[in-house]
Design a protein around this ligand. Structure first.
Ligand code: PMP
Ligand code: GLU
Length: 397
């Protein structure tokens, strides 16, 4: 057989998806696992959104749509960006794709040439560096730690910019850390972006999942850099619509045109029925997302307290999203039954084996001292997970 693509061989498969699949497999085999893997709200999609999809089917809205997405959805997104984010774009500056993941990939395809550097703060969402590699770019990782609540500073960004820098990818609230950048921090970062003339892919998928009075600020609302910002968002998290696969990017017309061209040759426009549902989501109110966020906060408070009460575990307090990213490195070097836990991959394996709790190792997010737990699952499951983890970790000597 001929060899396969070297570029693909050098990229990693998504760890979040791999571990989610593993948890599902174990469950189907009858193992009593607690899955804290995928960042997927456990709530149903709100009724008025489902009704819009049913209506679309009944009205035979089941054909190809225009490549960029139906105009009523792009109009609803432009209105949402104005209302929620202070971003001024026309519907023509919005490209609807098969999830925000697809939007980020389209954006990178649109802007990257071979060897272009893309700055990615770590811990990062697993897919950013791999997508950069897949478009022949070079991921440049900016390391952060708990000391700065896992946030980069404007000065750190300035030092990392080179002639080859094409873009920065910034995610706030962050997956996997839950950190939220303040308006002042983002304004300082925007100054560096402006003087460097680089693009920013602003991943705002968790914008509505915020706690403790945190507010979301959009880089795309800053006039001086509006042409440089590619705002990415979608319906997966805010409206519990992960399976519907609708995301979007909003950007300068030249970026949208290029991304639209890529999409026209690779996937065409996304699912027609899901587009109608997403229109209802953006046109409707946010009562459900407020209710979900209140429940996520209750779970965050519980899981943060329960895990940091375990000797050896420390954790920042997430200000948004639905992930806890505890530091478990105090256990590295310890063993149970002759097996030593040396890193986050070993720890994730240990927790599956000894506690039947499935987490995602920090290694996939560029942070080997940590593991990621999604608390987008029921309180009972979180209680079960915390008790089992406490027990299993106490056996590491
Ligand atoms: N960005 C981040 C930070 C994410 O966690 C996810 C995962 N859902 C996405 C983008 C992509 O979301 P989707 O493709 O479901 O819209
Ligand atoms: N974004 C979610 C996560 O990080 C879903 C899985 C994925 O697309 O990576 O768990």
């Amino acid at each position: 057989m001929k060899s396969l693509s070297r570029k693909v061989a050098q990229a990693e498969a998504s760890q979040t998806l791999a571990l989610t699949a593993l948890a599902k497999k174990l469950k189907s085999e009858g193992v009593d696992v607690v899955s804290l893997t995928a960042g997927e709200p456990d709530f149903p999609t709100p009724a008025h959104i489902k009704a819009a999809a049913v209506k679309a089917i009944e009205q035979d809205f089941t054909k190809y749509t225009v490549n960029a997405g139906i105009i009523e959805l792009r109009t609803a997104i432009a209105a949402k960006l104005k209302r929620d984010n202070g971003i001024t774009v026309t519907p023509a500056q919005v490209l609807v794709s098969n999830g925000a993941k697809h939007s980020i990939y389209n954006a990178l395809q649109a802007i990257c040439n071979k060897g272009d550097e893309v700055i990615i703060p770590s811990p990062y969402w697993v897919s950013y560096p791999e997508m950069v590699k897949l478009v022949d770019g070079v991921p440049v990782i900016l390391k952060t730690t708990e000391k700065t609540e896992f946030k980069i500073t404007a000065a750190q960004l300035k030092r990392a910019v080179t002639k080859k820098t094409k873009a920065l990818i910034l995610c706030s609230p962050s997956n996997p850390t839950g950190s939220v950048y303040t308006t002042a921090e983002l304004q300082a970062i925007a100054k560096v972006v402006e003087s460097a003339g680089i693009y920013v892919i602003a991943d705002e998928i968790y914008e509505k999942v915020l706690y403790d009075g945190n507010v979301h600020f959009s880089l795309g609302s800053i006039d001086a850099i509006r042409d440089q910002v590619i705002t990415v968002n979608g319906v997966s998290k805010a409206y519990a619509m992960t399976g519907w696969r609708i995301g979007f990017l909003a950007a300068h017309p030249s970026v949208v045109d290029a991304a639209e061209k890529v999409q026209s040759q690779v996937t065409s426009g996304p699912n027609s029925i899901a587009q109608k549902a997403a229109t209802a989501a953006f046109e409707g109110n946010d009562d459900e997302v407020k209710r979900m966020t209140a429940e996520f906060k209750r779970r965050r408070d519980y899981i943060h307290a329960a895990l940091t009460a375990i000797p050896g575990i420390t954790s920042t307090m997430p200000g948004g999203a639905f992930y806890l990213f505890p530091n478990v490195s105090a256990f590295y070097g310890k063993s149970h039954n002759g097996v030593k836990v040396k890193n986050s991959d070993d720890m994730a394996q240990y927790l599956i084996r000894e506690a039947q709790v499935v987490t995602v190792p920090g290694s996939g997010f560029g942070a080997n001292n940590n593991i990621r737990l999604s608390y987008a699952c029921s309180m009972q499951e979180l209680e079960k997970a915390a008790a089992r983890m406490k027990d299993a970790l106490s056996r590491l000597k």
